[in-house]
Design a protein around this ligand. Structure first.
Ligand code: SF4
Length: 255
């Protein structure tokens, strides 16, 4: 039987999802429901319709492993020129474990650098099965406090922290990332909480992802309420104190 994955986008020429020029493969389905999610269609495990004016278009479709690989390989010269590769993103990649692991293996056979963007929210064996196939993990941490984590994402942080610890302990090449959201985790106190968590994990570097409003239109297209409507976007200059608090703990902290 042909192995397929439900994907909602394959984006070429990305410069923000790992080193160099990358193709980003977006997986459907996510166990979290972050209030600021810029890809709300990705949360559902099944295809849904996006309404634009009078038209309705499916948000996603099944791709075979061979087709996905073929699309990724089209840009091999750009990966080689720029030190880039392919990043699997979502949604949460770990929800389609077999497709993700097989795609990563197939890319490795082609000598393509691979990364996954993950929340780490999955049972240990699923996380390890997929993450061991990737060259780089881009690991998002939403909050250091359990109650606030549940408020913002709908789930507790225990499996996330356990998987993060295990990946760091195994010496996996990993970049923790902090999506910084106004009114949720952007205060100096929050920065101190993140810094203390990162120090306890032995993390040496972290990337800050300032909140943006790129996903707003998608909520309208899905007919969903958008909890972050009207919230200000954040920019590096708004978060210099936040960055400085984390950097003050000896962690390389950048945007
Ligand atoms: S983890 Fe990412 S894809 Fe999932 S709900 Fe949160 S922001 Fe959206």
């Amino acid at each position: 039987m042909t192995l397929t994955g439900l994907l909602f986008n394959i984006q070429k020429f990305s410069l923000h999802d790992g080193p160099g020029i990358r193709t980003v493969v977006f997986f459907k389905s996510c166990p979290l429901s972050c209030k600021w999610c810029s890809n709300p269609e990705s949360q559902r495990a099944e295809p849904c319709l996006l309404r634009d004016g009078g038209k309705s278009v499916p948000d996603s479709r099944e791709y075979s492993l061979e087709e996905t690989l073929e699309i990724c390989l089209e840009d091999r010269p750009f990966y080689e020129e720029s030190g880039g590769g392919v990043t699997l993103s979502g949604g949460e990649v770990l929800t389609q474990r077999q497709f993700a692991a097989e795609l990563l293996r197939a890319l490795k056979r082609e000598n393509i650098h691979t990364a996954i963007e993950t929340t780490g929210y999955a049972p240990r064996e699923v996380f390890e099965e997929v993450s061991k196939e990737a060259d780089l993990l881009l690991f998002d941490i939403k909050h250091f406090d359990e109650k606030r984590h549940i408020e913002g994402t709908g789930v507790g942080r225990a499996p996330i922290i356990a998987n993060l610890k295990s990946a760091l302990a195994f010496g996996k090449t990993l970049l923790p990332r902090l999506p910084v959201i106004p009114g949720y985790n952007d205060s100096p106190e929050d920065a101190r909480g993140f810094a203390s968590l990162l120090v306890s994990l032995g993390a040496k570097r972290v990337q800050i992802l300032p909140f943006h409003q790129f996903g707003e239109k998608k909520y309208d297209m899905l007919g969903l309420p958008y909890p972050m409507r009207g919230f200000p976007q954040l920019h590096p200059e708004d978060l210099e104190e936040f960055r400085g608090i984390i950097a003050g703990q000896g962690i390389d902290c950048f945007f």
